[in-house]
Design a binder for this molecule. Structure first.
Ligand code: PRP
Length: 186
């Protein structure tokens, strides 16, 4: 993979900069479309599908994914955060916004950017599972496979990610780098 040189992606002075592209924009585009085809054929076409994007990290992945899924669906968001400005989870997953959309009886597809410690998913799986969805599945762009106690395994994974701190395509470090069209390591 190419080394990252300073370019127009980095428009401000930051102490920590991405060093290496891990997944290029082209690789992500191709994988997102593969996953979208699988999701399209997985759900019965006449049943209600709610795609629930976990903010903020999934916002780019979600927007690319739903445009590639070829069936009716609704979109809503849920907001959770646990990392703050650091590179390790605080372990305290705060639900900052809960969807207005009803969950009971609907197929719910939770879309997340990355499964790291698994704390976020475990917290959300509990919160959403208690609301009697017809089904609850997880689609994660990146999965580090570090969590040993995941209560909701992703049915769809974009890439098995290395144990590095990753940024770009929605993922941040202290709110920087979400806008990068690729995923890079710090
Ligand atoms: C990050 C990331 C995932 C979660 C994964 O979110 O976007 O949602 O952490 O980590 P975990 O598996 O260790 O819980 P963060 O809390 O940084 O909020 P953000 O989405 O607003 O960046």
């Amino acid at each position: 993979m190419p080394e990252l040189t300073e370019g127009h992606w980095l428009t401000q002075a930051v102490e920590t900069e991405p060093k290496r592209i891990v997944y290029s924009a082209e690789a992500i585009h191709s994988r997102v479309h593969e996953i979208a085809r699988e999701i399209t054929s997985y759900y019965p076409p006449d049943e209600d599908l709610l795609v629930l994007g976990l903010l903020k990290g999934s916002f780019i992945f979600l927007s690319d994914l739903v445009r590639a899924i070829n069936r009716p669906l609704h979109v809503d968001f849920i907001v959770a955060s646990s990392y703050g400005a650091g590179t390790t989870t605080s372990g305290n997953v705060k639900l900052l916004y809960d969807p207005m959309a009803p969950i009971a009886g609907r197929h719910v597809l939770l879309v997340e950017d990355i499964v790291d410690s698994g704390n976020t998913i475990n917290r959300l799986a509990e919160a959403l599972g208690n609301r009697d969805p017809a089904s609850l599945e997880l689609c994660a762009l990146l999965h580090k496979h570090l969590a040993t106690d995941l209560t909701l395994e992703p049915r769809w994974v974009g890439f098995d990610a290395p144990p590095e701190f990753l940024v770009g395509y929605g993922l941040d470090h202290a709110e920087d780098f979400r806008h990068l069209p690729f995923v890079a390591s710090l």
